[in-house]
Design a protein around this ligand. Structure first.
Ligand SMILES: C[S@@+](CC[C@H](N)C(=O)[O-])C[C@H]1O[C@@H](n2cnc3c(N)ncnc32)[C@H](O)[C@@H]1O
Length: 343
């Protein structure tokens, strides 16, 4: 996420955006002259600018949103060969590095979730505060939130909203959506926000009743948790020994994936009491943040969105990458294909 306002003068001129937890993330990346770094969530380029300014290094910036990549063209020019921007998903960061001629890299930073740029544009359909098409696709491709709302069974909707939105009233919301769509297709953010508000009981000072349902649909449509888990595994494969991984996340589901991944990959103890003969793979990461780093009061005052941000970081060891699947770190949910079949 980004905060508006001026920032330190970085490579390519004054920074337009100061990224959340930018200073500690940069510190944990340990940017060095001659290094190659991946900014997997280029967005408005806040992290990339800071990395380019920190040392005489190269950056590969990835974003699945073609608008973000297009807006970065000026920065590419200013960076004079030190920045390559690629429109892709960060789950493929190893493939992107290879296509840029790098088998390994020195550091990877991910600042996951949706950008202010995306949230603030009604036409992207991310925000219940702005009326627009019920879209929510970061890449603008594939199945939209309106498609999911139209096709998913009541049970799948309830599960998605409960697991990815942590919404207590998920069943009531799913029932209200299914009832409403028999009367008219739900194709705008306002229509969905009104349906959810009719189904969720709130107290004064509660967050907007549609917050959790919108979060759930956005995460589901973009497979955000699957992307994150796959990116961590890809990072394990492509980081050099001593290379750094820094991840900033904005809610507990994402943070749990990063925390569990780093804990699993840094585990040093042998087999369990019940199966002492099982030998663990040597740790592939050393955890650098025993507790997650959070924004201080100053940063929260400047940018309230930083309140929920957490930074975790690890350093790659020289042990081989562990075997494992992204699904090891994910909550159980039906796939987008299953849901679209309306099972
Ligand atoms: C929170 S913003 C990043 C802001 C950025 N750090 C900055 O300083 O401007 C997240 C960005 O990551 C992108 N993104 C989210 N998930 C992605 C994925 N799986 N692959 C590639 N880009 C992704 C979004 O499109 C968005 O532009």
């Amino acid at each position: 996420m980004m905060a508006g306002g001026g920032g330190p003068v970085a490579a390519g001129g004054p920074a337009l955006h100061v990224p959340v937890l930018g200073a500690p993330a940069l510190q944990h990346l340990n940017v060095r002259d001659g290094g190659v770094y991946i900014d997997g969530t280029f967005g408005a380029g806040g992290y990339t600018r800071a990395i380019l300014a920190a040392a005489d290094c190269k950056v590969i910036g990835i974003d699945r949103d073609q608008t973000a990549i297009a807006l970065g063209a000026d920065l590419v020019e200013q960076a004079q060969g030190r920045l390559t921007l690629v429109e892709d998903r960060f789950s493929n960061l190893d493939g992107v590095a290879e296509s840029c001629g790098h088998e390994t890299v020195d550091g990877i930073v991910l600042d996951v979730g949706v950008s202010s740029m995306q949230l603030d544009q009604a036409a992207r359909g991310f925000s219940f505060r702005l009326d627009g098409p019920l879209d929510m696709r970061m890449s603008g491709e594939g199945v939209s939130a309106a498609d999911v709302v139209a096709a998913a069974s009541e049970r799948d909707l309830a599960n998605i909203i409960y697991i990815l939105g942590e919404e207590r009233f998920s069943r009531q919301v799913a029932r209200a959506i299914v009832k409403a769509r028999t009367e008219a297709p739900v194709v705008t953010t306002k229509a969905l926000a009104d349906i959810v508000a009719s189904a969720v009981r709130t107290k004064p000072n509660d967050i907007h009743p549609a917050t959790r349902t919108f979060q759930a649909l956005r995460i589901f449509v973009n497979d955000e948790l699957g992307e994150l888990a796959a990116a961590l595994i890809a990072a394990e494969g492509v980081l050099k020994p001593g290379g750094r991984l820094a991840v900033v996340s904005f809610h507990s589901l994402e943070d749990r994936i990063v925390k569990t991944f780093l804990a699993a990959r840094s585990e040093t103890r042998g087999g369990s009491r019940h199966a002492p003969e099982i030998k663990r793979a040597a740790p592939s990461f050393t955890v650098l943040t025993k507790r997650p780093i959070v924004a201080d009061e100053d940063e929260i005052a400047r940018n309230p969105r930083s309140r929920s941000a957490k930074l975790r970081a690890g350093e790659r060891t020289d042990a081989p990458a562990h075997r494992g699947e992204a699904s090891d770190f994910l909550p159980r949910l039906p796939s987008l294909d299953d849901v679209m079949r309306g099972r």
